[in-house]
Design a protein around this ligand. Structure first.
Ligand SMILES: [Zn+2]
Length: 310
């Protein structure tokens, strides 16, 4: 029986305003359907609801170079969106959203390190894990999970696990932390698929690529065989999760076949490692997930074990 540790739900209204572009799959309704579902199911009643602060420039500069931070801070959106790449449009509402999305991770780390929460979920958009040190790409502007990890290291932590089960490889997080032995990035992702990652064989990047149509069996085997033993060896002081739900079978952007139950299962696995290594400290931040129907249910499945553990 784990001791009582409050669960935090961190978000900001600005995350609903960023538009991403007409008919863009990364749309504000994503957050709305998640929140609606959790409210309906009563899960939000068990979570402390916290408004995300904006990340500071100093916090962003821990993982991004100055030119990139300035480009996002000062993008001219007065006559329409500023396109960082063909998928990634910054409109007049984007800056506030990305600052609060990154700030949510910082706040979450502060809450779990101070013991005010055991688990924190950052219900934010846009996502962040494709954003590299020097560029925005793939719907992502600032790398929120990387900002959270760097914040934890600035508080003195020396061993951090970042888990990423989004269907797309988190190239930005890899770009930022490759070779930094304080961080191990554990990934499962579809290959081939955007961003067409070729694993460089770097020790702190634990990459497990899954061919199209892989489902529960392959995902669970990858986690059991490649993530868990290495995590138990690493003994992370904090577990961060890039929680993307686009590997679900219903997702329109990709071709993996994860089930709803897979997200509850992986949450249980994460909890077990967290209990063994870092008194339950887990921070998850929303990445992808583009079927509105499936996304809300996947998040519910993922959160359920953390909420009921309290
Ligand atoms: Zn994705």
């Amino acid at each position: 029986m784990s001791p009582f540790r409050p669960v935090a739900w961190i978000t900001h209204p600005a995350c609903l305003r960023h538009g991403a572009g007409q008919n863009h799959p990364e749309c504000p309704q994503r957050l709305q359907v998640i929140e609606e579902r959790l409210r309906q199911k009563g899960l939000l009643d068990f979570m402390q609801q916290i408004e995300a602060p904006a990340a500071t420039v100093e916090q962003l500069l821990r993982v991004h170079d100055r030119a990139h931070v300035e480009r996002v801070l000062h993008a001219d959106t007065t006559h329409g969106p500023f396109w960082h790449d063909p998928d990634t449009a910054q409109d007049a509402d984007t800056l506030e959203a990305v600052l609060h999305a990154a700030g949510a991770g910082v706040k979450a780390v502060d809450l779990v390190l101070s013991g005010q929460a055991g688990f924190a979920f950052c219900a934010v958009r846009p996502p962040g894990h494709h954003a590299e040190r020097g560029r925005a790409m793939g719907f992502c502007f600032f790398n929120s999970v990387a900002v959270a990890a760097a914040h934890a290291m600035a508080q003195g932590l020396e061993r951090i696990a970042i888990l990423d089960f989004d269907v797309h490889y988190g190239n930005g997080t890899a770009n930022i932390f490759a070779g930094d032995e304080r961080v191990v990035l554990y990934s499962t992702y579809q290959n081939p698929l955007y961003p067409y990652w070729q694993s460089p064989g770097i020790d702190n990047l634990v990459d497990v690529s899954l061919p199209p149509h892989s489902g529960s069996a392959q995902f669970r085997a990858a986690v059991s065989k490649h993530w868990i033993p290495r995590m138990l060896e690493q003994k992370p002081q904090l577990i961060l999760v890039s929680a993307g739900f686009d590997a679900h079978a219903e997702d329109p952007l990709a071709g993996l076949q994860f089930s709803y139950e897979d997200y509850a299962w992986v949450a249980g696995q994460i909890q077990d490692v967290a209990e063994a290594c870092c008194p339950g400290r887990v921070v998850a931040t929303l990445e992808g997930g583009y079927s509105l129907h499936a996304l809300a249910r996947c998040v519910e499945q993922f959160l359920q074990p953390f909420v009921t553990a309290t």
